[in-house]
Design a protein around this ligand. Structure first.
Ligand code: MN
Length: 368
């Protein structure tokens, strides 16, 4: 169990207790997760005692039947969860002085309620950086799940390309993708809301999908992904609906060259910011630097965005097992947007992508 690593960290960092509140982190350490909504879901780990999961009573059976084989304690809606957490902690250990919390996750109100049960304890230590580092290196099992999620994204592109026709709304195309993912692939959740953008809408990288309709001779941008066994995919493709103009083709080819160069450069030893520059320099030299308005990429795993960030200012040296996106984009307001994105893993033989949908500019025939 990954929770052993958390206990080791507590010993090394000389903290007594870790309070893990992010459901995805809990899933990483225990194999069990759920969405608690406003209720309390936590993993408590100890320097010198066995960890336990604390959750609403209605989830106790499910947690006990999961991969997790440690204790599970539940609470009823009528009970005070913080008092029960404190009681269970004190049954486990007398060392309750130094707590580590996930500062990137724990809400101020939960922090205050937890703290009120241990008024003389210190809650200043942050376990988040340790978790980010640990999750940076993916195991072969994790990579298999990321590849599975990538295959679903490739399937989704096919559905999306087929659904394009004159007058189709971006939302209807996105809806067909989500529907077919659910009925043909059994996908429970997308990793984020499926993005379909036609024409000038694609110049706003995170807009939509809207009720805007696809028209002939526009570029159409797709950005989509699924959750597969708890791991995310995230991929973008841009296609031409009808013959593209010279300028549309040009921005596509520049972006494609930038993406390909970055994929080839993503090897152990290059830094995150150097990799960003590989793509950015190509786009800048072609005269479109001011239209590449985001970082080259982001880590991927259980979260669709996690470490490492492939961005200027990040001198992290990339190593085998790190997984991230390579997604240069060119967004020209009022005209069009292009983004080509694959996630993959750094190996000693280079970057292996999780998605494989072809990247030659696809020109779709006009359909009524
Ligand atoms: Mn992405």
């Amino acid at each position: 169990m990954n929770s052993d690593k958390l206990q080791q960290w507590l010993q090394d960092s000389n903290n007594d207790i870790a309070y893990i509140s992010n459901p995805i982190t809990i899933s990483y350490f225990t194999g069990y997760s759920m969405d608690p909504h406003e209720r309390i879901f936590a993993l408590l780990a100890f320097k010198d005692a066995e960890p336990f999961i604390f959750c609403p009573a209605l989830n106790v059976e499910e947690a006990k039947n999961s991969e997790w084989n440690g204790d599970v304690f539940g609470y009823l809606d009528s009970e005070n969860p913080w008092r029960l957490i404190a009681d269970n902690v004190r049954k486990r250990t007398n060392d309750t002085h130094s707590w580590a919390i996930e500062k990137t996750d724990l809400s101020v109100s939960h922090y205050q309620l937890l703290r009120s049960e241990f008024p003389s304890a210190s809650f200043t230590n942050d376990v988040s950086p340790f978790i980010e580092r640990l999750r940076l290196y993916k195991t072969p099992e994790e990579i298999k799940k990321l590849q599975g999620a990538g295959a679903e994204a490739d399937f989704a592109f096919k559905i999306g390309f087929d659904a394009i026709k004159t007058g189709a709304t971006e939302r209807s195309i996105a809806g067909q993708i989500d529907y077919q993912l659910k009925i043909q692939k059994g996908v429970m959740h997308e990793s984020f809301e499926t993005i379909v953008q036609a024409g000038k809408n694609a110049a706003n990288p995170h807009l939509g999908p809207t009720m805007n309709t696809v028209q002939p001779n526009e570029l159409v941008l797709f950005d989509l992904g699924t959750m597969h066994d708890g791991y995310a995919s995230d991929s973008s493709r841009t296609v031409a609906y009808g013959e593209p103009s010279a300028k549309q083709r040009e921005i596509y080819e520049v972006d494609r060259e930038a993406q390909q160069a970055a994929i080839e450069a993503a090897k152990p030893g290059i830094t995150a910011e150097e990799l960003d520059s590989v793509a950015r320099d190509i786009i800048t030299k072609a005269g479109y630097g001011e239209y590449f308005i985001h970082r080259l990429g982001h880590g991927i795993g259980k979260n669709v965005h996690e470490y490492p960030s492939i961005v200027q200012g990040n001198d992290l040296v990339l190593e085998e097992g790190m997984c991230f996106s390579i997604e240069p984009g060119i967004y020209i307001p009022g005209f069009a947007g292009v983004r080509i994105e694959d996630c993959g893993v750094v190996t000693k033989d280079g970057f292996k992508t999780f998605t494989h949908t072809d990247k030659d500019l696809k020109v779709l025939p006009l359909k009524d």
